[in-house]
Design a protein around this ligand. Structure first.
Ligand code: SF4
Length: 403
């Protein structure tokens, strides 16, 4: 684990400048974790160029066991049981992650899920996020039997996917993923199909990318901005224009062809409904990561900021998950407007944007109390969608958007 001392800390906010005791005295309460990302396998059979686990600042994965051991898995179940019971939670989400989680043996994965369902005193919804190259029929049979929903990462057509999502020897992963996706979309496995996750590259045509993804019939689509921050700026530009082109293609159809979570969430937030996606709106984050070696960690994507940014210094062998509730990063992700920069607090779309994804606010030294590095794009996209749907609803009888 990377040691980061306060004197040299690369993130003064929240690690030095956030007064947690005063916040608690002012009435801010911690919110229990409800989404647990279990990093069951630390290695990957792809070498994607933008991967925040292997290609960015934090190289700590090199010291991790390849697969979570049985002892760590059993302890993780015990800690989740303890947390759920202690906070009387009625449901939790478990996300099997990696590396590539399907490199862990299918029987081992389903055994872990069976153990969670048998022991956690709440509804346990389980999903796996995979690169899609290992979605064979036997693997899908096992995941279906264990009622595990499957999310697959792919970036569009063969050309778009091949820009980044390649094997270590340079081969494009597209054909293997497309084969797995076609099987997943078939009637035999469709009930397990969670959706597709696509990282945007603005060199790819937006509508062609959307239509290529749509050809795999996903029930939901996540369009992600590439991880970047003020000290490591985004690749390329034009993210708002790219997303607005996809929005128009998606929104102008008489029937919804798939759910694009980013747009559905923004529309909900425009009309004052609470959002449910990390990185939009102001609801507290409730995600916690348990790493392959049992380390309790923060949001995985923090690894894109500086080495050790996702570390809490806690471990399931000796710490309860409650121990992470007072960690500065957890507090920062749970206090809504109090975590935002002055610019965000004055912003006309603050309630919708929420300052953007937490890692995207990072600036070396100052830390995380900044607008998103995607601020201009978020502002343009939000205003465009707000005006578009508000005008439509006005035509249908009058509605007030919430800003
Ligand atoms: S659009 Fe920019 S200023 Fe407004 S809340 Fe989002 S990141 Fe902050």
């Amino acid at each position: 684990m990377t040691e980061v001392t306060i004197a040299t800390h690369p993130a003064r906010w929240p690690f030095q400048d956030l007064d947690i005791a005063s916040l608690r005295a002012a009435g801010y309460r911690s919110v229990p974790f409800r989404q647990f990302i279990l990093k069951v396998h630390s290695r990957c059979n792809l070498a994607c160029s933008y991967c925040y686990v292997y290609e960015m600042a934090d190289q700590a994965w090199r010291h991790l066991p390849r697969r979570m051991s049985d002892d760590v898995a059993a302890k993780a179940v015990e800690r989740i049981v303890e947390h759920v019971a202690g906070h009387s939670l009625s449901s939790v989400e478990i996300i099997l992650h990696g590396g590539e989680p399907l490199l862990a043996d299918a029987g081992w994965l389903t055994g872990l899920v069976d153990s969670l369902r048998a022991r956690v005193p709440a509804q346990v919804n389980v999903a796996v996020q995979t690169n899609g190259t290992l979605l064979t029929r036997p693997m899908l049979d096992a995941l279906k039997c264990a009622d595990i929903r499957i999310g697959v990462s792919i970036d569009g057509d063969a050309e778009a996917t091949g820009r980044h999502r390649r094997h270590a020897d340079g081969r494009n992963s597209f054909n293997a993923v497309a084969e797995g996706l076609r099987l997943l979309a078939s009637p035999d496995f469709r009930e397990c199909y969670g959706g597709i996750l696509c990282t945007i590259d603005t060199r790819n045509d937006p509508v062609a990318t959307y239509e290529a993804l749509l050809s795999f019939s996903p029930p939901a689509l996540d369009l992600l901005l590439p991880h970047a921050n003020w000290s490591s700026p985004p690749p390329g530009s034009g993210y708002a224009d790219w997303l607005i082109s996809v929005f128009e293609r998606w929104y102008s159809r008489p029937h919804q062809e798939t759910r694009i979570r980013l747009f559905s969430e923004l529309i909900q937030l425009v009309f004052g409904q609470p959002g449910a996606v990390e990185g939009l709106g102001l609801l507290p984050s409730t995600i916690l990561v348990i790493d392959t070696d049992g380390a309790i960690k923060q949001l995985d994507s923090l690894s894109s900021t500086y080495p050790g940014a996702a570390d809490t210094g806690l471990d399931i062998s000796s710490n309860s998950l409650d121990g992470a509730l007072d960690h500065p990063t957890t507090v920062a992700r749970q206090i809504g407007t109090a975590a935002l920069s002055a610019q965000c607090r004055d912003c006309q779309v603050m309630n919708i944007c929420g300052g953007g994804l937490y890692p995207h606010r990072y600036r070396h030294g100052a830390g995380f109390q900044n607008p998103s590095v995607y601020c201009d794009d978020l502002m343009r996209l939000i205003i465009y969608i707000r005006d578009r749907v508000t005008a439509d609803l006005r035509r249908l009888g009058g509605h007030q958007a919430y800003t």
